[in-house]
Design a protein around this ligand. Structure first.
Ligand SMILES: Nc1nc2c(c(=O)[nH]1)N[C@H]1C(S)=C(S)[C@@H](COP(=O)(O)O)O[C@H]1N2
Ligand SMILES: [Mo]
Length: 524
């Protein structure tokens, strides 16, 4: 009898079998990944492949909407899609066992293709987790579908044959327990592989700089509640990258290769090599090209590192202005990311460095341990390669780096920007004196003036805090005599070349947002 209830319970049974098989597939894949290649778990590689293919506009939307949770949202989305598909395959498998189960290998192939398409793909180990996981899921689904078919074969859908029902439940229960242990074991193995890296970071002692940063001058910090601290603590420093699994690199086995066009003496450096060299320490404000006007993707830290131009000069590299053959330096990370910087900028005397320290400690893993690149004045995506392992000298004509292939500009100096940190949008301050304060930046040029405008009034000069260096942001404040009602506060900065921050609003794509930051408040 195909009563509605029996169809319903058959469907539920099939969906449960599919979900269990899907869960098992992922858990087994996790185990295989843990054994052979942690970065090749199916959700990680599919997520990575999605990120690689995300158009600039969608990426910006994701960053805008989900902020730094964008990666979690992506992975949850993938899991939900997989769950729905697995449940569907389970329902299908009750009727057409092989058709339903063969869906799994199909998705295994999708996972394997995604893995191979990742820039850091290395071969067989990359496809293994998806393929083995899918095979496990398919086999389990065949079994379960057989059992479930027998269970739901009863006349009224309640299952006439007690043994089969018990058999199904036992098998399903064993599946849950087995898959969960496999998944946990995989996670454990992945964690163990990074223990060497964690230990190498814990035991790393950073040498003192040969050229210390001058102390931050008195008066650099504005005293106003709600203003961004002048130095961004590491834990609060924004993070922008494509890595779903943060690379854990062992400092002991880390190498950096410098080679390519115009490199007369190609070399490979160990971390010890770098630490034995003179180290510079500098305050530098790093900015992301995806930062909207008023956005949070900017931070200032005290970095310790090796001067990059010295290293390049030793390898025989000359900037184009001195007859060098390469105009682009392509930095490559252990996860296959590529970032291209102008050789001229890197060698023009600014403090471009291979950084090993951030605010007095080794780089955090999130920020590129053991070594990252940093070029004052350039947006992160054209300069700040984290987990760097290779520097290739080439030309802009010959090679487009990762983001350039995705519609972002080849060259991207940081635009002059200013931001109101306090009051916050839609704040309700009391009438009287209200401190308006924030930060402004124009790395390499420096900030010479910040002005605030209330509604459509005249531009008023804000008080500038003391400038640390031209490579750092500068704090400012303005004492506003606030009158009751709704008001719009707007800020603009002028850099040391005399250029006033443009009012013209542009989007972040292709070379960074421009326009003025405004905040609406209601004075009570
Ligand atoms: N390996 C790697 N390096 C990278 C990126 C990345 O995705 N992968 N993102 C870049 C971008 S877009 C920026 S803005 C900076 C951000 O550095 P942070 O996360 O330490 O703030 O890192 C850069 N370096
Ligand atoms: Mo960025």
């Amino acid at each position: 009898m195909n009563s509605f209830r029996s169809i319903l319970s058959r469907t539920a049974l099939g969906a449960a079998a599919g979900l269990l098989a899907g869960f098992t597939a992922l858990a087994v894949a996790e185990l295989v990944a843990g054994l052979f290649r942690p970065a090749a778990g199916p959700v990680t590689v599919v997520g990575g492949a999605v990120i690689d293919r995300t158009p600039a506009a969608v990426k910006d939307f994701a960053i805008r909407t989900f902020g730094e949770n964008d990666k979690t949202v992506l992975q949850l989305g993938i899991l939900v899609v997989l769950a729905v598909i697995a449940a569907g395959l389970g329902v299908l498998a009750l009727r057409y066992r092989w058709a339903g189960a063969s869906g799994f290998p199909l998705f295994g192939l999708v996972g394997a293709a995604a893995a191979l398409s990742r820039p850091d793909a290395g071969g067989a180990a990359d496809v293994l987790p998806s393929l083995v996981g899918a095979a496990a899921g398919a086999v389990l689904l065949c079994f379960l579908a057989g059992k479930a078919a027998a269970v739901s074969g009863g006349t009224d859908g309640t299952g006439g044959d007690g043994w089969d029902r018990r058999g199904f439940l036992v098998l399903a229960g064993a599946g849950v327990v087995g898959a969960t242990s496999a998944g946990l074991l995989g996670r454990y193995l992945t964690g163990r592989q990074s223990q060497g890296a964690v230990a190498s970071r814990n035991t790393l002692v950073l040498p003192a700089p040969t050229s210390p940063a001058p102390p931050v001058p008195g008066g650099t910090r504005v005293k106003a509640a709600g203003i961004t601290p002048f130095t961004t603590p590491n834990k609060d420093f924004y993070r922008v990258d494509t890595a779903l699994v943060v690379p854990k690199v062992d400092a002991g086995t880390w190498r950096l290769r410098i080679h390519g066009t115009g490199v007369s003496r190609a070399r490979t450096f160990t971390l010890e090599d770098l630490l034995a060299r003179p180290l510079i320490e500098r305050d530098v404000t790093l900015t992301c090209v995806s930062n909207e006007v008023g956005g949070p993707y900017v931070g200032n830290a005290r970095w310790l590192g090796v001067r990059l131009s010295d290293l390049l000069a030793e390898c025989g590299v000359k900037p184009p202005s001195k007859g060098g053959a390469a105009d682009q330096l392509v930095a490559r990370s252990v996860d296959g990311m590529t970032l291209g910087s102008p050789v001229e900028d890197v060698m023009d005397g600014r403090d471009a460095m291979l950084a090993v320290g951030m605010n007095g400690e080794p780089l955090p893993f999130d920020h590129g341990f053991p070594v990252r690149m940093l070029v004052p004045g350039l947006y992160g995506y054209v300069s700040a390669c984290k987990w760097i392992e290779d520097i290739e000298l080439t030309t802009f004509d010959a090679y487009d780096a990762y983001w350039v292939k995705r519609k972002w500009a080849r060259r991207a100096p940081i635009k002059t920007q200013s931001r109101i940190d306090t009051p916050k949008p839609f704040a309700r301050p009391a009438a009287g004196t209200v401190t308006v304060a924030g930060v402004a930046w124009a790395q390499r040029r420096g900030i010479t003036r910040v002005q605030v405008r209330v509604d459509d009034g005249l531009w008023q000069d804000a008080d500038l805090a003391v400038q640390d260096t031209v490579d750092t942001w500068r704090q400012w404040s303005y004492r506003w005599q606030a009158t009751p009602g709704g008001h719009n506060l707007t800020v603009r900065a002028t850099d040391a070349t005399g250029q006033v921050q443009t009012e013209q609003r542009t989007r972040t794509v292709p070379d960074g947002a421009s326009g003025w930051h405004s905040v609406f408040v209601t004075v009570t």
